[in-house]
Design a protein around this ligand. Structure first.
Ligand SMILES: [Zn+2]
Length: 324
């Protein structure tokens, strides 16, 4: 591998008791599978995620108190240089057995626009890994500092179920030519786009177009979405979960209706870290449906985003140009 992330992990364990502990805990983590037939979610009882799940994302954070800026990083955290712009760090509160954070060296707000091609490049440079992104109001616990994350693709249910979703399942709309194209899927819990293309250039173009369109249609400052990019056997596999809500009503409810669940890419991709044990014990199919339907787009909205109807052309502001 061009970037020795395995070596980074070992070097990090060598110098930090915290890292050794949290990653060892993860090896023995309790999980529970919630089966929906053609796909599933995996619940993970992971108490170390409590800080991320309850992060105050409105808090004013500057380079003087930012945990992604070099001077204030997690104690003992070491970095691997990715390029002139990014460093790779080991995530101190992991969900995945190999969990990295790829941080911008500058304290700039979380933003994917303009970095689409870099993100695809990162996935290409980390074979076997999915590089993922949480937008500012969709699971990022550090909206104030640009970062991506990476985990092994084999750990993500959405990629295990890739062919099932691509070949059928409950597909809302389908554009499929020679196994190259993009799909819109609504599976009863969440809506997402899948891009499956053999050229880096086209994969990047579609990613940029979909994100630009989401930003325009939903009228947000930055496109609100959870995005994953993996490169496998020469195919670029991108999944985009458009988001409407940062946290579901259950997060703010009290009593039995309260769940400390704040979905990010991992959750949307099928791994739900539960920082609270009772959440881990109580989450069921109905609750998962409720939570995921709230934070992603309403299926009634889909025709507006249907590439079949639009041929997916956009003007320079990201506005869709429809072709009759
Ligand atoms: Zn920062």
């Amino acid at each position: 591998m061009k970037y020795d992330v395995e070596g980074l992990l070992q070097r990090q364990f060598a110098v930090s008791e915290h890292y050794r502990k949290v990653f060892t805990d993860l090896e023995n983590v309790r999980t529970r599978t919630i089966d929906f037939g053609k796909f599933h979610y995996v619940l993970q009882y992971n108490p170390c995620r409590i800080g991320s799940a309850t992060a105050d994302t409105k808090k004013k954070v500057t380079p003087d108190n930012c945990f992604l800026c070099e001077a204030h990083r997690f104690p003992g955290q070491i970095a691997l240089e990715y390029d002139e712009q990014y460093n790779i760090l080991v995530n101190p509160y992991p969900i995945f057995k190999k969990h990295f954070t790829i941080v911008d060296k500058s304290h700039v707000p979380q933003e994917i626009i303009g970095e689409e091609s870099k993100m695809v490049q990162m996935a290409e440079d980390l074979p076997g890994f999915t590089v993922f992104y949480n937008s500012r109001n969709s699971g990022a616990s550090a909206p104030f500092h640009r970062h991506f994350q990476a985990c092994e693709t084999t750990e993500l249910p959405i990629y295990q179920q890739w062919e099932t979703f691509k070949n059928g399942g409950k597909v809302f709309s389908l554009t499929n030519y020679d196994d190259n194209g993009f799909w819109m899927v609504y599976d009863g819990t969440r809506f997402f786009y899948m891009i499956h293309i053999d050229s880096r250039k086209n994969a990047t173009t579609y990613l940029a177009k979909i994100l630009g369109h989401l930003k325009y249609e939903l009228g947000t400052e930055s496109p609100e979405a959870n995005v994953g990019v993996a490169v496998e056997d020469g195919m670029y596999k991108i999944v985009i979960f458009p988001r409407t809500k940062h946290r579901p009503d259950e997060y703010f409810a009290t009593g039995d209706n309260h769940f400390t669940i704040s979905p990010g890419f991992a959750d949307m991709a099928g791994i739900i870290p539960c920082a609270v044990e009772s959440d881990f014990n109580r989450l069921d199919k109905e609750r998962i449906k409720s939570i995921f339907n709230q934070v992603t787009l309403d299926p009634n909205y889909l025709p507006k985003l249907d590439p079949l109807k639009t041929a997916m052309s956009f003007d320079k502001h990201g506005k869709l140009i429809t072709h009759p």
